[in-house]
Design a protein around this ligand. Structure first.
Ligand SMILES: NC(=O)c1ccc[n+]([C@@H]2O[C@H](COP(=O)([O-])OP(=O)(O)OC[C@H]3O[C@@H](n4cnc5c(N)ncnc54)[C@H](OP(=O)(O)O)[C@@H]3O)[C@@H](O)[C@H]2O)c1
Length: 283
């Protein structure tokens, strides 16, 4: 399949490009410099030139705290950019898969959020991502929206992606004990994005590794258990103690109503994801 991947320098984009190349796709992975998704003209020109059969939109403004003071940038990528890609995909007949976030939910539900739950995003990043979901389906009814959360992987700069390095260097880390989510290895998400492009069912999917969900503290403890690091390096802290600019859901565990009904295999277990991540980081 001829696949266009956006935001090519990003963590999920890299995993998606690697997976698609491995399975023999003709991959065009474009950085922001090569295609700014917020620029409708540039997006249209790129689609006209490359004629992709499928688009995996991994580009986004992902600085959750920064979005509070950079609303225009967040909206440009997370809303307008998604709309531009959705419209171009409809015009040029490409399948369109775009990634959204568990942060569309407010966190009041301590169980699993499914597609039956009504989003109530808090904070600029979350609001602009949700607006992106709506624009995607509004401009292109065939859009496939993939909500994921707590993603970690190679090249990632978020806490979940770097903590093993700090622990490996014997450095102490702080891990939140009272915020819960469903961790997702970028490599597993990438594989599922490609499967969903193949399946071509316009729908909202929730894609995370399987398991009961955990806290940041639970994730850090699992990394210690699997990687053989010293648990004593972890200091549990509360969500509130960090006083970050953007609100975050206290619990945003995701479950999918559709994937298995549509014949997709269950996602790998979350600890298995960590194990494969740590093994592959060793090279
Ligand atoms: N990481 C998580 O835990 C998490 C959780 C839930 C959902 N998600 C979603 O998963 C997707 C992938 O996230 P990620 O963690 O891989 O993000 P990431 O590593 O921050 O990568 C995002 C990429 O998008 C690029 N980008 C930003 N604005 C762009 C634009 N206007 N045009 C083209 N490219 C642009 C960035 O380029 P620059 O480097 O040049 O800015 C960056 O390379 C995003 O939709 C994100 O919202 C992530």
């Amino acid at each position: 399949m001829k696949v266009l991947i956006t935001g090519a320098n990003g963590m999920v984009a890299r995993a998606a490009a690697e997976h698609c190349r491995e399975i023999g796709d003709d991959v065009a992975a474009l950085t922001r410099a090569e295609m700014d998704i917020a620029d409708a003209e540039q997006v249209d020109e790129t689609f006209a030139r490359l004629r992709p059969e499928a688009v995996l939109n991994c580009a986004a403004y992902t600085d959750v705290d920064g979005a509070e003071t950079h609303e225009a940038e967040s909206r440009a990528a997370n809303t307008a950019g998604v709309g531009n890609l959705a419209a171009a995909a409809a015009k040029y007949g490409a399948r369109f898969v775009t990634i959204s976030t568990d942060y569309v939910f407010d966190g009041a539900n301590t169980g699993f959020y499914t597609q039956r739950d009504t989003p109530n995003p808090k904070g600029v990043y979350a609001v602009t991502k949700y607006e992106g979901e709506r624009l995607a389906t509004g401009r292109n009814a065939a859009s496939i929206v993939v909500r994921s959360g707590w993603i970690y992987g190679h090249g990632g700069t978020n806490f979940l992606s770097v903590m093993h390095r700090l622990l490996g260097e014997g450095k102490p880390i702080k891990a939140i004990h009272d915020a819960y989510g469903t961790p997702t290895f970028a490599g597993d998400l990438a594989r599922r994005l490609r499967e969903l492009a193949e399946l071509d069912l316009p729908c909202i999917f929730h894609v995370t590794n399987s398991g009961p969900g955990t806290s940041y503290l639970g994730f850090a403890e699992a990394v210690c258990e699997i990687g053989g690091f010293d648990r004593g390096l972890i200091t549990p802290v509360s969500n509130d103690s960090l006083s970050r600019p953007a609100p975050r859901p206290a619990s945003s565990k995701l479950a999918c109503l559709f994937s298995e009904r549509f014949g997709l295999a269950p996602m790998p277990d979350w600890k298995d994801g960590i194990k494969r991540f740590l093994e592959s980081e060793k090279g």
